[in-house]
Design a protein around this ligand. Sequence first.
Ligand code: NOJ
Length: 549
Amino acid sequence: MDFKKSAVYQIYPKSFCDSNGDGLGDLKGVTGKLDYLKELGVDYIWMTPFFVSPQNDNGYDVEDYYNIDPRYGTMEDFEELSREAAKRGIRLMLDMVFNHTSDRHEWFQKALSGDPKYKNFYIFKKGKDNGEPPTNWESKFGGNAWKYVEKFDEYYLHLFDVSQPDLNWDNPEVRQELQKVIRFWMGKGVKGFRFDVVNLISKDRYEDDYEGDGRRFYTDGPRIHEYLQELNAATFGTDAEIITVGEMSSTSMENCYRYASEDGRELSMVFSFHHLKVDFVGNEKWVIVPYDFQKLKHILFDWQTHMAEHHAWNAVFWCNHDQPRVVSRFGDEGRYWKESAKMLGTVIHCLRGTPYIYQGEELGMTNAHFDQISQYKDVESLNHFRILQEKGLPESAVYEILKIHSRDNSRTPMQWDGGKYAGFSDAEPWISVNPNHVRINAESEMQDDDSIFRYYQKLIRLRKDYDVVAYGDLEPLDEKHPSVMAYRRTWKDQELLVISNFYGKEVIWDAGRGLNGYTRLLGNYEDSRLNGTKAELRPYETVVLYRQS
Ligand code: NOJ
């Protein structure tokens, strides 16, 4: 399966479908929905972690890499899912969380008991003479990134939650253990791996950061390429059918040229996040500022053109389980809900790179708008509910920020139908269902030829039917336009024009060239108004034009 022609669908199992009525999604629930995914047309399913875990970070705190958390089912359930998916031509991509484990992992428990072999699996350091932690680095979830262990009079590093100690990749035994994990799942027929925050595994100098939160000392570190090449050669690199994607936190493009180079020595592709920080202030996400459309275009185009020039491959996406819903973020979840959801989907699916769809995105699911702290479940959101108030923000202001940025916005149950719990479960779900499921749900969208679901089907198809969508180079058009994002893709004798209005006001866009010889492949209005060199774009209108010379 050519991953450049494929689409990946991300499943957050906890919120996808509950088969046994305990309010938590599970593997059997996923199996039961494979026909739906087949109908959508996706090629891979990326499953976020379902391994044994105390679930402090919803499975990104792994206690046992070899077994399924009973909350999600059994190994038989996994094998059944894998078999049934294969029957439908769908492959599974598993999520490997290798920067850290859970503090309940056997290795960390042995480390805490004082076993030197296992202490060296993690990063323990002495504090400063003045009693402060070894460095002033901040945890990604808030607070200092070091936890004191009295017994050793030492601290361990946790770039994420205190219950997620970082592994010491400089120790070859750690690397060998992690290779075994990959080989185990390869043995189960898994054909895809996503590597969680994998560009943080090579730590550099353990020094105070006076310019930032410490990330420059552990991001894209000095041995990162060596470690990825080693992992590749020892595991998935031996099977040409396997695809891989690395989640690259605060990465640089220069490093991504190597991570995702077509020479295949490291990974197939990368997730980078710079385009999703356009509604932050610097790296600070707990603020409310309008998103910067010019910056969004500039970053996307920059990555598109430079990665292509360096023969490297992007994963392209708006949504995942860590991001708010895109229609609420860059679209209009009210009046132009349908138009803007389709427009945003078009922009991503016509880029150069493998597109990822996050569950419910294909239905236009929106942010949760939770306004009670009991509704929030995410460790990062709960920490910041406290931290922001400690900084002096009134509670009401904190809620406004969480409603925009909390990761729980995308973690509400999948909206299958308009019933009590949205068809997700018979019991009360672990996290509240979005009340708009009565209107936004799979059942109704599958009956409607004009739905967002039906439109996503077409987007996925487009990449398979037109080589230019999969392989073409990209050239930005009229880059500085205040409300339109437009680009041209070219491949051999094929050309594609993608023109999108990101705002709720009509605009006349001048292409500077004739628009008449093109066929309209797709659009989110019944027709397209093209006249000579001009495109008249209605609110959130998008159009995909094609010609072959
Ligand atoms: C990135 C994952 O996507 C996120 O959900 C998780 O909290 C962190 N990595 C830590 O594993």
